[in-house]
Ligand binder design. Structure first.
Ligand SMILES: Cc1cc2nc3c(=O)[nH]c(=O)nc-3n(C[C@H](O)[C@H](O)[C@H](O)COP(=O)(O)OP(=O)(O)OC[C@H]3O[C@@H](n4cnc5c(N)ncnc54)[C@H](O)[C@@H]3O)c2cc1C
Length: 425
């Protein structure tokens, strides 16, 4: 039993029901929280309201953000690489929940900007680290005709008897170079301001891009943008996560040193699986931060706004609605952190885990943002208040990094496969 002499008030941490945290973790959380509040929120508010082309122009506040986050050392790749798995599972979610509480578009944009560098460091190859370690990057996987079709890991998503789309981008090898032609989708996050990409694309080994079973040959390449044959489209104008710019990358017989192929045709699919597993895991904790931001705003608002002769919070139903939001935010965090533990633990990582978190959290985040907006009444719909932005951001998260139904379909297949494997079926 727990013993008390009197009924105390609950002690809540920055994120709510916080258990024990080390001094180092508290310091990182505090630093990330202050950065999110003082730097990210004001910049994101401006970017959200700006024209999408102005948002990447020379005088855009996006550059101030990038300069300040680099200087903050919040995502120091070398420091993260030196952490134990246990440290990664505890510290990375602390940083990303806070950053996305500040702004999900900026947080996700900064994360993907590090993807090519992450991969270069992962190879341990000095030449790749030198070439890509300091370049601002992006993660190019989808193409105009290949959205959900981009990857069918268990070959369960095609219509019977049909092949997935050929797509719009093909790589081939010519001597000691990879030659790439075609284009990515307009959805490549950060592409308009990127200097490099971690690119996943179809591979023609001289015998076409399809294997006999209809699946595709696939490779991963680090692409520097300062070579001939690469150009970019205009930034995309979209509804949510507007501080995160997006756009196409065009390849016109772009020739890239063969050495920059970081996953060959045997490793292309597993490499993509790894990238998506990481990205989905990050989406889970990040949109926990967005849901918490909505709850925080709602909590403040109902203590100020009066209706029925008193502050909204004094109405019982309002308190109950807030409590349900709080429950959902706590459930999101519990799920997201459990998935970090799994992925950095002895049984992980796996996309089943990350998709479980990503789909649950982003769907729940939409519910929480919607209820928070409802609590703001008409004010929730105006651009003067923060809720309509958070709602738009949350809505985008159900499609980013894999549309939620398609991720659920993949996860469901693995649940069944794991069961069959366990029971020799
Ligand atoms: C904010 C944001 C950021 C993004 N960032 C990146 C990025 O950095 N890099 C990148 O490469 N891409 C990025 N994307 C693209 C993203 O991965 C795709 O939008 C997503 O995979 C869905 O593809 P799609 O938009 O073409 O939809 P489609 O694949 O056309 O899907 C449309 C609908 O059809 C359904 N559907 C599709 N196939 C099937 C099927 N086989 N069975 C049943 N239903 C099906 C889907 O569930 C969905 O509801 C981003 C997208 C967003 C919104």
């Amino acid at each position: 039993m727990f013993e008390f002499n009197e009924v105390p008030l609950p002690k809540l941490g920055i994120t709510g029901l916080e258990g024990a945290m080390s001094e180092e973790e508290l310091a990182i959380q505090d630093m990330a929280h202050r950065f999110a509040e003082e730097v990210m929120r004001p910049i994101a508010e401006k970017l959200d309201k700006m024209d999408h082309e102005a948002a990447i122009a020379e005088d855009s506040p996006i550059w101030e953000f990038l300069e300040k986050i680099e200087a903050s050392g919040l995502l120091d790749l070398a420091a993260i690489a030196g952490m134990s798995n246990e440290e990664k599972a505890r510290i990375i979610p602390i940083i990303f929940e806070e950053m996305a509480w500040g702004d999900s578009g900026l947080a996700m944009g900064y994360l993907v900007s590090k993807f090519p560098a992450f991969v270069a460091y992962g190879t341990g190859d000095a030449e790749l680290i030198e070439r890509f370690g300091n370049l601002r990057g992006c993660w190019a996987a989808t193409q105009p005709d290949r959205g959900s079709d981009m990857v069918d890991l268990e070959k369960t998503e095609g219509h019977p008897g049909e092949k997935h789309s050929r797509g719009n981008l093909v790589a081939r090898i010519d001597g000691d170079e990879i030659v790439i032609t075609g284009q990515t989708s307009a959805w490549v996050s950060g592409a308009p301001i990127a200097q490099s990409a971690l690119l996943y694309c179809q591979f023609d080994d001289g015998d076409g891009i399809y294997y006999k079973d209809g699946s595709q040959k696939y490779i991963a390449v680090l692409v520097p943008f300062d070579i001939a044959g690469i150009s970019k489209g205009k930034p995309l104008d979209k509804m949510g996560m507007r501080p995160l710019c997006q756009g196409e990358i065009f390849f016109d017989e772009a020739r890239i040193p063969l050495k920059y192929m970081v996953a060959d045709v045997d490793k292309g699919l597993p490499s993509f699986f790894g990238a998506l597993t990481f990205a989905n895991m990050e989406m889970g904790i990040s949109f926990t931060g967005v849901a918490r931001a909505a709850l925080d705003h709602a909590l403040a608002y109902v203590h100020e706004r009066k209706q029925g002769g008193t502050e909204l919070i004094n109405h019982q139903t309002v308190r109950l609605r807030l409590f349900k939001m709080h429950q959902k935010v706590e459930a999101c965090r519990a799920m997201a952190k459990r998935v970090f533990d799994y992925n950095y633990g002895p049984n992980g990582p796996h996309l089943l885990a990350s998709a479980t978190s990503k789909t649950f959290v982003t769907d729940t985040c939409v519910e929480v943002c919607s209820e928070a907006l409802q609590l703001f009444g008409g004010n929730g719909l105006t651009r003067e208040y923060p809720l309509e932005k958070l709602f738009r951001d949350a809505r985008a998260s159900q499609i980013a990094d894999g549309e939620n139904n398609m991720l659920g379909l993949k996860a469901a297949t693995w649940l069944s496969k794991a069961y069959k494997d366990k029971h020799d079926l």
